[in-house]
Design a protein around this ligand. Structure first.
Ligand code: UT7
Length: 325
C-alpha cells in the first residue's frame, strides 16, 4: 500500500511585522536582514493566539479547501512543534478535542524538520495498517521565544501552521523515500531551556531561543545537499526527475546554495522566506501550500522536501503528488 498527502491547509496570524518594524526595536536594518537572509516580513501571533490556536486555524483552512468531511475517519493527530501550549497535555490533544475527533494524539519534537518527521511517522502508521488517516500538523509560535537581546536571531523567526492529511493513495503515487538524521554533537549550537539548567556539555540553557548562526549555517548548507541527494537516490530517481524543491525556509542563501549544488533551475524551487521568515516545523507545509496555490504542482510530479534544525537534526523526503483514491 502507498501513502501520500491528499489535503493541505495552512494559517499565518494576521499581524505582519516588517524589517522596518524591527528597525524600531533592534539595532538592525531592512537592508541587512534582506541581504543576509532574504526575509522581508514575518507574521506574529496576537495575544491570546497560541500554538493550538494556529494548528486549529490550519485545520479549519483544510476544511474550507476540501469540505467539512475531510476530517472524517482521522484516527491519529500528530502536532510537530517546539513551541507547544504546554509540556502536557499535547497540543495535538487540544486539536483532537476541538474537532471532536475519535483519534489518538501526540506531539512530536524535532524542531525545524519536525513536520517531515511527523509525516514520516504518519505514512508508516498508514502503510502498516496501524492508522487509516492521519492529521500531521506543524505549528509554531516562535515569536514567544525570541531573544530580543540578540539581533542575529531576533530577525529570523515567525509564527504559522500547516496541516496535512496522510492516507492511502493509488499505486505509483505517494511517499517514495525518507532520510532522517541527527547529529546531537551539535546540540550546543541551537537550544532552549525546558527543565534542566544546562546541556550535558555544560552549555547554559535560557528561556529564549539561542542559536550560533554561523555554525548552523555551515551545517545547513552541507546537509541540505547530502540529505536531498540521498532521498532522491533512495527513491530510485535522478535530480532531473524532481519537479519541485520545497525546502525549509530558514535563509534564502542556504536555499540558493542547495539549489546550485543540486543543479536545479530557479523555477523548480519554492521560496517563501521573504514573506514568513523561519516558521520552524510549519515552514515546509507553508511553502508547499504556496506552490499548490500558484498551480505549480500537478498530479504525478515528484516533490523533494528537506529541512534541518536543532538537534542538530535533518529530514528529506521524495513524494509523488496526487493519486487520491
Ligand atoms: O531553522 C533553524 C536553522 N537556522 C538557520 O538556518 C540559521 C542559519 N544561520 C544564518 O542564517 C546566518 O548565520 C544568520 C542570518 C543568523 C547570520 O548571518 P551571517 O551572515 O552568518 O552573519 P554573522 O553572524 O557572521 O554576522 C555578520 C555581522 C556581524 O557584525 P561584525 O562582527 O561583522 O561587525 C554581526 O554583529 O552582522 C552583524 N549582525 C547584524 N547586523 C545588523 C548580526 N545580526 C545583525 C542584524 N542586523 N540583525
Amino acid at each position: 500500500m502507498n501513502a501520500g498527502i491528499t489535503a493541505l491547509g495552512t494559517y499565518v496570524p494576521e499581524q505582519v511585522v516588517t524589517n522596518f518594524d524591527l528597525e524600531q526595536r533592534l539595532d538592525t536594518t531592512d537592508e541587512w536582514v534582506q541581504t543576509r537572509t532574504g526575509i522581508k516580513q514575518r507574521h506574529f501571533a496576537a495575544e491570546g493566539e497560541f500554538c493550538s490556536t494556529l494548528a486549529i486555524r490550519a485545520v479549519e483552512n483544510l476544511q474550507a479547501r476540501y469540505g467539512e468531511n475531510v476530517l472524517n475517519g482521522v484516527d491519529m493527530v500528530i502536532v510537530a512543534t517546539a513551541t507547544p501550549d504546554a509540556m502536557f497535555p499535547a497540543t495535538a490533544s487540544l486539536v483532537q478535542a476541538h474537532f471532536g475527533l475519535k483519534a489518538g494524539a501526540f506531539d512530536l519534537l524535532a524542531a525545524c524538520p519536525g513536520w517531515l518527521y511527523a509525516v514520516s511517522v504518519a505514512q508508516a502508521y498508514v502503510k502498516s495498517g496501524t492508522c487509516k488517516k492521519v492529521l500531521a500538523i506543524g505549528a509554531e509560535t516562535l515569536s514567544r521565544v525570541i531573544n530580543w537581546e540578540d539581533r542575529s536571531t531576533a530577525v529570523l523567526f515567525g509564527d504559522g501552521a500547516g496541516a496535512a492529511i496522510i492516507e492511502p493513495v493509488q499505486e505509483g503515487y505517494g511517499f517514495k523515500s525518507f532520510v532522517l538524521g541527527s547529529d546531537g554533537t551539535g546540540a550546543d549550537h541551537l537550544h532552549m531551556k525546558a527543565f534542566a539548567d544546562c546541556l550535558p556539555s555544560g552549555a547554559k540553557l535560557s528561556n529564549k531561543l539561542y542559536m550560533n548562526g554561523r555554525e548552523v549555517f555551515k551545517f545547513a548548507v552541507r546537509v541540505m545537499d547530502t540529505a536531498s541527494l540521498e532521498a532522491i537516490e533512495k527513491a530510485g530517481l535522478q535530480t532531473e526527475d524532481i519537479s519541485l524543491f520545497v525546502p525549509h525556509q530558514a535563509n534564502a542563501r542556504i536555499i540558493e546554495s542547495a539549489r546550485e549544488r543540486l543543479k536545479l533551475p530557479l523555477e523548480r524551487v519554492v521560496l517563501t522566506v521573504q514573506d514568513y521568515g523561519n516558521n520552524s516545523a510549519a515552514s515546509v507545509p507553508l511553502a508547499l501550500q504556496r506552490a499548490l496555490d500558484e498551480g505549480r504542482v500537478q498530479d504525478g510530479d515528484n516533490l523533494l522536501f528537506v529541512a534541518f534544525g536543532a538537534g542538530l537534526a535533518w529530514a528529506a523526503c521524495v513524494l509523488t503528488w496526487g493519486g487520491k483514491q
